[in-house]
Ligand binder design. Structure first.
Ligand SMILES: [Zn+2]
Ligand SMILES: [Zn+2]
Length: 177
């Protein structure tokens, strides 16, 4: 099986409790609803689909949903959370797109022995060493690339993709404790 993985560090998933219109407004100030829709629901009966408003992507929609809920459950606290379904989440769409591109790159990479697509880095060898004292550290010094075809199982040790061959003394625990 060939797959690609992209880890996004920009995850905007978050939630907030809302019991007044002011709470709602202050949440809105922190959000850009055009880029990231939200879900509003009562805290207590969060399973009742009739009272779960999803995909709210404008402050007007959010206020309307809030007023409907407030009419129904006067004393209730509500929960706003980001709607992380991809079609309501621009950030996530771009990560999915990036992941698709990675997959294309991977499929174009052929095993030097059997020509199977998907020849790629599967692990690495630790021990990038300091350029001055030569002490080995945890970061990778080389990459291990493997063929996904189990009948072939070809592996190759390659230099790091970023070309790094050593650590500067400033990054070394021995030279710069
Ligand atoms: Zn192969
Ligand atoms: Zn050193």
């Amino acid at each position: 099986m060939i797959f690609a993985r992209v880890i996004a560090d920009s995850n905007q998933a978050r939630f907030s409790k809302v019991s007044t219109l002011q709470d709602l407004e202050s949440f809105l100030k922190k959000m850009n609803l055009q880029r990231q829709a939200v879900i509003l629901k009562p805290e207590s009966c969060s399973k009742d689909e009739d009272f779960i408003f999803k995909g709210l992507s404008s402050s007007q929609q959010l206020r309307d949903a809030y007023l409907k809920l407030k009419n129904h459950f006067q004393r209730e606290t509500f929960r706003i959370e980001t709607d992380n379904r991809a079609h309501f989440y621009e950030e996530r769409r771009s990560v999915i797109c990036q992941c698709g591109l990675e997959l294309v790159v991977k499929l174009r990479s052929l095993c030097p022995r059997c020509r199977s697509p998907g020849f790629s880095m599967t692990s690495f060898i630790k021990g990038l060493s300091c350029e001055v004292c030569g002490m080995e550290t945890d970061p990778a010094k080389e990459e291990i690339w493997s063929c996904p075809n189990l009948a072939c199982d070809y592996q190759e040790v390659k230099p790091r993709k970023d070309g790094l061959t050593g650590l500067t003394p400033a990054e070394c625990d021995w030279c710069n404790p």
